[in-house]
Write a protein that binds this ligand. Sequence first.
Ligand code: ATR
Length: 277
Amino acid sequence: MRAGVIGWPIDHSLSPRLHGYWLDQYGIDGTYEPIAIAPEDLDARMASLSGEGFRGVNVTVPHKETVMASLDQIDDLARRIGAVNTIVFDESGKSSGTNTDGYGFIQNILQSQPDMDFKSGPAVVLGAGGAARAICVALMDAGVPEIRLLNRTLERAQGLASDISGPITIVDWSKRNRALGEANLVVNTTTLGMVGKPALELDLSDLADTACVTDIVYAPLETPLLKAAALRGNPVVGGIGMLLHQARPGFEAWFGHAPEVTLELRAHVLAGVGGKE
Ligand code: ATR
């Protein structure tokens, strides 16, 4: 049994380490391979993978949107998000695409905050890139009553809101501190706070101390945002778990075993980025 991850470049991907751990752990005779595909070769390679024995693939940068044109089927969720991150080939080679990023986002929060009630208040989402798209759709489906969406480039937030139509209020980036009032959840989907990038400047004074703060950045594991939130007593959820949880549905579909996200898995994947607990 073969599966893998397609991207360009692909060397940085942590997915082979993640799925490789599960294959070992569950004694499954299979492989999960990094597959470098240049953009101009995408359509032709997609047509040949099933014949090469692949049961499916994950999709990473820069193919998440463009791969949709090469698929036989795309589910509603991936259509709403406008991107595919998981593809399954059936026995006849027909491909179907879905997107598990939002699932990974929600499951990551629930694993560390099992009592989290998404319906109980507004969520503040910072950023309007691809990750924000999957997260906004997932939050809407989880019943969040209002999403306050903020992005440095206002037009991009407007584009996101009009594409996914839901209870989204666009707030100007300069008003982000005040947008935190009554929020139940704060999500950083920007690259701010990542190693080598400036910190996200956000004054948490107006945030209820029960609100959950989460960051999709996982290098460093504790971003300045998470550190500041933890210091004032807010529940915090780091980003590495989203990567781990988004991988579960694909692994189960290809290899027939529902995998678990454990502390040991987390440590194993982090060792691949030179990270420490
Ligand atoms: P992806 O699609 O993978 O989520 P992206 O398109 O690079 O990644 O999006 C990165 C996000 O970080 C965007 O929301 C971006 O804001 P812009 O749309 O204005 O570019 C945000 N971002 C990156 N650097 C930023 C900065 N210095 N200040 C504020 N936002 C920033």
